[in-house]
Design a protein around this ligand. Sequence first.
Ligand code: GGG
Length: 352
Amino acid sequence: MKKHILIVPGDGIGQEVTEVGKKVLEKIAAKFGHEFTYDEALIGHVAIEATGNPLPDETLEKMRASDAVLFGAVGHPKYDNDPSAKVRPEQGLLKMRKELGLYANLRPIKLFDELLGASSIKPEILRGSDILFFRELTGDIYFGEKGRKNEGDTAYDIAEYSRYEVERIARKAFDAARTRRKKLCSVDKANVLETSRLWREVVQKLAPEYPDVEVEHQFVDSAAMMLIKDPKRFDVVVTANLFGDILTDEASQIAGSMGMLASASVGDSTGVYEPIHGSAHDITGKGIANPLASVLSAALLLDISFGLKAESDAIIAAVDKLLKDGFRTKDIADETTPADKILNTQAAGEEL
Ligand code: GGG
């Protein structure tokens, strides 16, 4: 198969981890006889530094012209300390999602058995957990009107959802539930928010079309608690942009580390595959970033954008073997991990 993949490392550890993700794609192409070509483009802080724009037109054009995008992360601490900054790395990420119509963000919470002890949650609670989150990605408070009034003393961000936006992400989640354990949990805050009341109404209206799927509705505060109390009760979870952003960071503790969670953003155009973690400038350049989220994002890319399930499974099996062989990056190591089994970012990629 011939495919063109755009690598967009972005900021911080995005550079280090996408390098490993790309190497794994190269290994897969060689092993299975595919011809993957690559190009690279800028986004985020590095794009602002080079062009003044967090998502240059050239990057967007290259994304549209590619068969899939392997993306790293955006962000830089200098903006965290400057709330008045008008141009920010994250604007590049949000614009990319909007321009490419990437409304569905799939975040599998995959727990490798070998990492049962890496979490602060008890193994008996975690064992058997397997959750697929659908985070809506192009609506909600992230994209509504925002601003200041009262001479800057009052700030507002408006949350908005249309029936159409809720229905299309809910359908994706229902369809996925059908292929899994046939359970869908829709998470909202319908006791308080009007957007959530519409959300629940739309999901309830769709449910009769999927009689084989058991649907439950949970308030986000309760879902946040249940995720760590009893993660096994969840199969597919569908939720709004902000709730999905927060809940999946929490759910990363089920998998042992943020460094283990991959994601796929899909919709109307080229699919974008990225770790759920950010740029992590505190560890950038130290060689300790876990590249497995990028590697597992490459696996999602092969499966979802190219339909290469065997190739995708080969990557997951390689990650499983690496962990079974006792190798760990620092974030998933513990006091029982021998020093010679602790790998740096590049070495973890080479072991695969
Ligand atoms: N790879 C994910 C990433 O770069 N996250 C940084 C970030 O700003 N995320 C906000 C979001 O996902 O909405």
